[in-house]
Design a binder for this molecule. Structure first.
Ligand code: NAP
Length: 523
């Protein structure tokens, strides 16, 4: 059994007291334990502010971009080991593990690329120079500077690699040190990543710390210049953003939370077309990849009423081919959910959906996984529930069942009806729409954008190129309104904003330009 230490105040430290045990969800075998009890987390916050922050701010933006490149490279050199850990601690198939681990290195590399162009400046321009005098000798400019505190990155259990990589990429490039706190149940991958980076000697002192296990009093030490970047459930998000210390000191908080993402099929799509094939392939992937434990997974499938029968049958046929089991077995195509708590939550959620709809495939009954010891492992079958009246249904628009579970519902084929139904989810990360009629697609975009962070348009032209609605792209914003947390991450250089202060500078335009690394009035 591995003991996972935390990396705080410049050293690897073990907590005392009763440890939390991390297991292999495919078999329930214990694989590691961790505790944070007794660690001085107030000192970790100070260490980040007093050592990590100045070290990062001394670097130019170009230097920080090079740091991200070095981080991505160091992690990439240990790819196979990290994939294996994701399989063992996350119940991931190899493909799932790649999604997480390569997602982390890919996002860090993308930000290294975005940052490279910022050169040897320490200030980032925001918008154009504004002339303030008639002769042009006096001007104003908005600039972005790193906040002087620490960014605490609290991540969900489903992406221990990518969750760290995508948040750290933006914070470090902006110039803020981070303390990463992965979800305890799947902390193995994050722990090893930080260990690899420490061993590689690429991290400026104090720039990256790890709290591996319960958060203790970490968040109560945050202040005005600090950031809490949280990903997890809406309930925890609400609790954290309402903490008196967070509210009193106006700590910047970003929440990425639950989401009842939708896929919508346009009327009249030919079942023999590539477009219909893309729709089926995407939806099945979004239900089964990482056993449905993706914040972007499709939870609600809206189909014109006269096509529900056909689509349901096609989805059932494809989902029946999924082999659920121990991801150490090469025949397995979908692993377990990650913990006993998730298994319980999935079963309760499926029962709640089944109380209002009809289960077409799967269900909440216990199931053994292929290649797993009998009665062991946290397995859920791919489950599809059908609803005949999308407006009368309630649970499907309210409860995120975080597993391989989705529902199919009818709509009247118009963008208006689809938009109203999608909005019943009260804010989502992504909605996908499959059709070729430009007017229908435009109707979708104009009506969906208010309630969905991202809109993925599946049309015949992209059938061979599109990577699916679940793929979060570093250059595009990730986050959704309402219940999805109302947060925003990534989106190219705008992803740095969370970790920066914006300030208006007035002065000699030539001096301002020099401070911005020669990036002139229109850069
Ligand atoms: P969770 O139970 O809310 O936990 C999320 C994180 O918060 C974990 O690291 C957890 O640590 C920590 N935490 C819990 N209570 C805390 C407290 N009082 N102080 C500080 N930290 C605390 O969520 P989860 O079960 O890990 O993740 C599943 C959820 O995440 C799903 O609802 C999913 O939709 C959402 N998610 C959203 C996105 C997105 O980008 N929008 C991405 C991935 C997942 P412990 O593990 O130590 O309790």
């Amino acid at each position: 059994m591995i003991t996972l230490k935390s990396f705080v105040n410049g050293r690897w430290q073990e907590g005392s007291g009763e440890p939390s045990v991390l297991v292999n969800p495919s078999t329930e075998e214990p694989i590691a334990e961790t505790s944070t009890e007794g660690l001085d987390l107030a000192a970790a916050v100070r260490y980040a502010r007093e050592v990590g922050g100045p070290a990062l701010r001394a670097l130019t933006l170009g230097d920080r971009a090079a740091l991200l490149k070095a981080i991505s490279k160091a992690l990439g050199e240990h790819r196979d080991e990290l994939l294996d850990m994701a399989k063992r601690n996350g119940g991931n198939t190899k493909g799932d593990a790649k999604f997480d681990v390569d997602g982390a290195t890919g996002t860090l590399a993308a930000y290294a690329h975005f940052g490279k162009g910022l050169g040897d400046a320490r200030l980032m321009p925001d918008g154009d120079s504004v002339p303030l005098s008639r002769d042009g000798d006096w001007a104003g400019r908005h600039v972005l500077v790193p906040k002087e505190g620490v960014a605490v990155l609290v991540n969900a259990f489903n992406f221990p690699g990518w969750g760290f990589g995508e948040k750290a990429a933006c914070a470090l490039l902006a110039g803020m040190p981070v303390i990463v706190k992965p979800a305890t149940s799947t902390a193995l991958v994050t722990w090893r990543m930080i260990q690899i980076l420490d061993e590689a000697g690429v991290l400026p002192e104090g720039s990256v710390q790890l709290v591996c296990g319960a958060p203790g009093d970490l968040l109560s030490h945050l202040g005005e210049q600090d950031v809490l970047a949280f990903t997890g459930s809406a309930d925890t998000g609400l609790h954290l953003r309402s903490m008196p210390e967070i509210l009193e000191r106006n700590v910047t908080v970003n929440v990425e939370a639950d989401s009842l993402n939708s896929a919508v099929l346009a009327p009249g799509v030919d079942p023999d077309s590539d477009l219909y094939g893309l729709f089926l392939k995407d939806v099945v992937r979004e239900i089964t990849q990482k056993a449905g434990q993706k914040c972007t997974a499709v939870r609600r499938i809206f189909v014109p009423a006269d096509q529900v029968e056909r689509v349901a049958a096609d989805l059932v046929a494809r989902l029946e081919e999924v082999v659920v089991g121990n991801t150490a077995d090469p025949s397995v195509t979908m692993g377990p959910v990650t913990s006993a708590r998730q298994l319980r939550d999935n079963r309760q959620g499926i029962d709640a959906l089944a109380a209002e709809g009809t289960v077409l495939l799967g269900g909440s009954e216990p199931v053994d996984g292929v290649g797993a010891p009998e009665g062991k492992g946290y397995y859920v079958r791919p489950t599809l529930v059908r609803f005949d009246d999308a407006r009368a249904a309630t649970v499907v628009h309210q409860r995120e069942v975080f597993g391989p579970v989705s529902s199919i519902l009818p709509y009247d084929g118009t963008p208006e009806d689809a938009a109203e139904l999608v909005a019943l989810g009260r804010g989502s990360l992504v909605a996908s729409a499959y059709g070729d009629d430009p007017e229908w697609l435009e109707g979708v975009v104009t009506r969906f954008a208010q309630w969905n962070g991202r809109i993925y348009l599946g049309s015949s032209g992209v059938a061979g190129a599109a990577l699916g609605s679940g793929m979060v792209i570093p250059a595009l914003m990730h986050g959704g309104p309402g219940r999805a947390g109302n947060g925003s991450e990534l989106g190219g250089l705008s992803g740095l904003r969370l970790y920066q202060r914006r300030s208006a500078i007035q002065g000699d335009p030539a001096l301002l330009e020099r401070m911005l690394g020669g990036r002139g009035p229109t850069s």
